[in-house]
Structures are given as C-alpha cells and as structure tokens.
Design a protein around this ligand. Structure first.
Ligand SMILES: [Ca+2]
Length: 319
C-alpha cells in the first residue's frame, strides 16, 4: 500500500490525542499537529500535543519528524468559548500532563507549516477542530486546495441537532467563517463526519468496560482520559456513554468501509451573529428534497458501530 501522509489539525483534548495514536498505530505518517483554538485554553492544547508526542516517544514509538505547530488562538472574526466542563480543565479528563521537553515544537506557525508540508507530501488533512488554521492557509495560498489530497472534517450537525447550541456543533460554531471558507474552497475533497454520527455511536457500558481493561498502557490511558467526558456525556447530554467524534473521523479516514451511509451533498455554514450561528445548511439528497447545488462533501450519516469498536480495540492493544 502506498505511504499516506497526514496533518492533524487539533484543539488537543482526549479525542484528538486518540486520533493521533490511531493514525500512528495503523502505520501512516503524521507530519504535524497544528493546534487551533477550541476545547480548552490554547497553551493547554499546545502542552497536551507536546505531552502526547513525548508519551509516544517514551514508549518507543518512532515519531520521526512529527512536530507541533502553534496556529490561531482565536477564530477569524468572532468570539468563542472553551468547554472545560466537557473535557476537564486539562482537556484530558483525569490527566494533568506536565511537559518538560518542548523540542517537538516547530518554529513556523501552523498555516505556514500546512502550506510548506503540502508542497512536500501528498497531504491528507484531518481537521478535528475548528477550521481557522486551514482557512488561514487557504487565504494565504489558495493553491493548497490543489495540493491537499483529501480533507476529513469532524464538524457540523446535519439534522441541526447541535451540542454547543440547539442547532450548531461546536467546531462549526467556534469559527463559522472559517468553516464556510473551507467547505466552499475544498469542494469534493471533503469527507464530513457530523456530530449526530458521534451521538448515535457513543460507547456503551460493556464496550467501555472492555476497552478500559485490556491490560495495555493505552487501555489504562483510555480509562483515564475518557472517564470525565463519559460522565459529562451520559449525565448531562443524555448519551449512552462517551462519544468519539474525532476518532470516528479518523477511523473513516483510515478505512472508508467503516462508514455505512455516505451521501454526496452540499454543506454550507451559517456565519451570522445570531441564534443559528454555525448551523450546517445541507442541500440534501431526498427523500423529500431535490439537491440544487453541486455537492461539495461526502457526508457520513452512519458508521458500522461494531467495526468501530473492533478498530478501537486494535488501537488500544498497540502497547
Ligand atoms: Ca477535537
């Protein structure tokens, strides 16, 4: 199989870190973690990304040229808020990472790193965070659209069932201007995993118990990172357990057969300063509607939950 080259754009909380681990466990090259505003304080996100790389290196994983690049610490235009109540103060649940080694911090800013890496490799871009960094890279150099092979986005709520507002998913809500730019620029190169898919495929109790007692280091990390999020998502959000929006997106990027219902649709983003800020506007394929705009994204409507849990287990058994 040809080598695959990834950039992960992240607002580094637990699901972002497990996405990184998943890509590396499955043998693809990850060249950069480009950090952007989102889940927790920006410098905490940077610290978490550095901690993850140190953790992997300390466990003997070959991380080669993987570096952390600081990106935008705020949306293009609007204000936003972090969500420590969801992910814990550190973004990693029970873990409070301390980083002594900052040698993995790249000198360039994130959008420069994205532009440069796209000239060097056939990049696949995993956007599991607000889209400010990718929008900035595009605004500075629109030809990144031609060079980046594929963009996998965790974002939006296709049935307008949001998490940060009634109608908006967090990543699209934080920077709807950036999301609008990206959705309209990277036409047909986008695979979109919306929030509803994560809700539907939240981890049930039996699976959580199994995944957190595999006897590996990653299995105990899983328990430590996700217990807080699991508590919030089941007690406050009424879900059956912790969701994996980012890791589902990663799993689909690695193996498209995990997605079982994929539709070519046009997804745009409401960027008003109003109640529907961040709303996904889906020009959908029937029943009940005729799509009028050219499609820009392959929208994932569901995944094979069992296949996803098998995927998670295989990642957590890595070491
Ligand atoms: Ca994320």
């Amino acid at each position: 199989m040809p080598e695959r080259h990834f950039i992960i754009d992240c607002d580094t909380a637990e699901d972002d870190i497990l996405s990184l681990i998943s890509l590396l466990a499955k043998g693809v090259k990850v060249h950069a973690l480009t950090v952007v505003e989102g889940n927790v304080e920006f410098e905490t996100e940077v610290n978490n990304a550095l901690w993850a790389i140190n953790f992997l290196r300390d466990n003997g994983i070959d991380i080669e040229d993987l570096k952390v690049y600081k990106g935008s610490s705020r949306p293009l235009i609007k204000d936003f808020k972090t969500v420590e109540e969801v992910h814990g103060r550190s973004g990693l649940g029970e873990i409070s990472p301390l980083v002594k080694n900052t040698s993995f911090l790249g000198e360039e800013d994130a959008s420069t790193a994205i532009i440069n890496l796209s000239k060097k490799y056939e990049i696949e871009f995993l956007a599991i965070s607000p889209l400010t960094n990718l929008a900035l890279a595009y605004l500075r150099d629109p030809s990144v659209v031609q060079r980046i092979k594929r963009v996998y986005i965790m974002g939006g709520a296709v049935y307008a069932r949001g998490n940060i507002t009634p109608v908006a998913e967090y990543n699209f809500w934080v920077d709807p201007d950036a999301a609008k730019i990206v959705m309209n620029a990277f036409k047909k190169k986008i695979t979109l995993v919306p929030w509803e898919v994560a809700v539907k495929n939240a981890i049930d109790q039996d699976t959580f118990d199994r995944l957190s007692t595999l006897g590996t280091m990653l299995s105990s990390l899983y328990k430590d990172m996700y217990s807080f999020y699991r508590q919030f998502s089941s007690k406050m959000q009424g879900m059956r357990g912790n969701p994996h929006p980012d890791v589902i997106t990663t799993a689909v990027a690695l193996d498209k057969d995990i997605a079982v219902d994929v539709r070519q649709e046009n997804v745009n983003v409401e960027n008003c300063d109003c109640e529907s800020r961040g709303l996904s506007i889906v020009d959908y394929v029937g029943p009940g509607h005729v799509r009028k705009k050219e499609w820009n994204a392959e929208v994932v409507y569901d995944i094979n939950y069992y296949a996803f849990t098998v995927f998670l287990e295989s990642v957590l058994k890595w070491f």
